[in-house]
Design a protein around this ligand. Structure first.
Ligand SMILES: NC(=O)c1ccc[n+]([C@@H]2O[C@H](COP(=O)([O-])OP(=O)(O)OC[C@H]3O[C@@H](n4cnc5c(N)ncnc54)[C@H](OP(=O)(O)O)[C@@H]3O)[C@@H](O)[C@H]2O)c1
Length: 317
């Protein structure tokens, strides 16, 4: 698979990564270690070398599964592991404790990319305490690069101003054809500053694959049970976009998931990390790389997706 440099880092990463939230065992339903290992193994086989997990995914289970699989597959020297620290653990003492637990679970000396999962909501931790501690982790060689996730622009700028020796290299945010809040101010800033947007939910949790139709909506037993995107009203609203994605996919002999990811990777500053529950999904998603939508197709999806994104209502009661 095509490799790119991840922003200002020295990491040569596959054009898409793999999200490992699916290994948590709770959020996305039961998964055994062997199933998770099969997903990682297939990802390596198709050339994926960037993996994203988090402390919070299954309370460490995703980190453990990912670290163990990479170790057993003998791949540690060929891959990059990104993880995140829980947004409620951003005091210095908590960061120093968590990073040791995370290195142990992942089985690595240094974490390649260490991200703040979400801003401190409850503990009133000053942002500079957090950022200076992360800088210290880099100095001590415990993590190689630092990033943030789900930060509004003003807080991201403030976080950067706390740092003197390193900088934030990535910002992980929800971004896909139909969920586009980052377009308003964050993405233009990231492009200007050379910070990569790591796009979470790049398939809108499966909506953009076309398999969940407004008239054929399963009763989810997973994290999607309460996701506002899956209300009949919102699914109906975004359905014309999914139909257009499907039409374009047919014209290229591709699948809707491949079109949805290809739309994202047109922008060198966007880095999708689709989650996969099976090796088949990994193979399909890898097929998003190595070809291009036409300018017209890209623009049509851009416009339709943007218009739909502004009509989605996240309020459910
Ligand atoms: N920073 C954050 O706050 C944050 C938040 C969310 C996610 N993330 C990260 O981003 C990653 C991806 O986001 P996500 O898991 O929310 O959503 P996603 O990647 O948009 O969707 C993943 C789901 O879509 C379905 N799928 C994947 N590939 C498919 C294919 N080729 N064909 C059909 N269905 C397919 C699978 O579920 P089904 O088969 O059950 O439909 C899979 O679990 C996560 O693993 C995690 O690493 C970060």
């Amino acid at each position: 698979m095509e490799r790119i440099r991840l922003g200002r880092t020295d990491m040569r990463v596959s054009r898409i990564g793999l999200g490992a939230w699916q290994f948590s065992g709770d959020a996305w339903g039961a998964i055994t270690y062997e199933q998770a290992k099969a997903v990682v193994s297939k990802a390596l086989e198709v050339g994926i070398n960037f993996f994203d997990t988090a402390a919070v995914y299954g309370r460490g289970r995703s980190e453990e599964f990912l670290g163990r699989a990479i170790r057993e597959l003998g791949a540690r020297d060929h891959v990059y592991i990104a993880t995140k620290i829980h947004g409620d653990w951003l005091r210095r003492i908590d960061i120093l404790t968590s990073v040791e637990n995370q290195r142990r679970r992942l089985g690595v000396d240094a974490i390649d990319l260490y991200q703040i999962h979400w801003p401190a909501c409850w503990h009133n931790t000053p942002i500079c305490e957090t950022m200076k501690t992360l800088e210290e982790l880099v100095d001590r060689g415990l993590v190689r690069y630092i990033g943030v996730s789900n930060f509004p622009l003003a807080l991201l700028e403030r976080a950067r101003s706390c740092l003197s020796r390193v900088d934030i290299v990535t910002s992980q945010n929800r971004y896909n054809i139909i969920e586009r809040e980052a377009d308003k101010e964050l993405l233009p800033y990231l492009r200007r500053e050379g910070i990569v947007l790591i796009a979470w939910s790049p398939l809108a949790k499966g909506v953009l694959t076309g398999k969940y139709t407004p008239s054929n909506l399963p009763t989810f037993e997973d994290v999607r049970r309460n996701d506002p995107l899956f209300t009949p009203q919102n699914l109906k609203l975004v359905w014309p976009v999914v139909e257009e994605i499907t039409r374009i996919a047919k014209a290229h002999g591709k699948t809707p998931a491949q079109v949805a990811l290809n739309w994202l990777i047109r922008d060198p500053w966007i880095y999708p990390i689709p989650g996969a529950k099976t090796p088949e999904q990994v193979v399909e998603n890898a097929g998003a790389v190595g070809w291009s939508l036409s300018d017209d197709e890209w623009r049509t999806l851009d416009r339709l997706g943007w218009e739909a994104s502004q009509k989605i209502i996240y309020v459910t009661w």
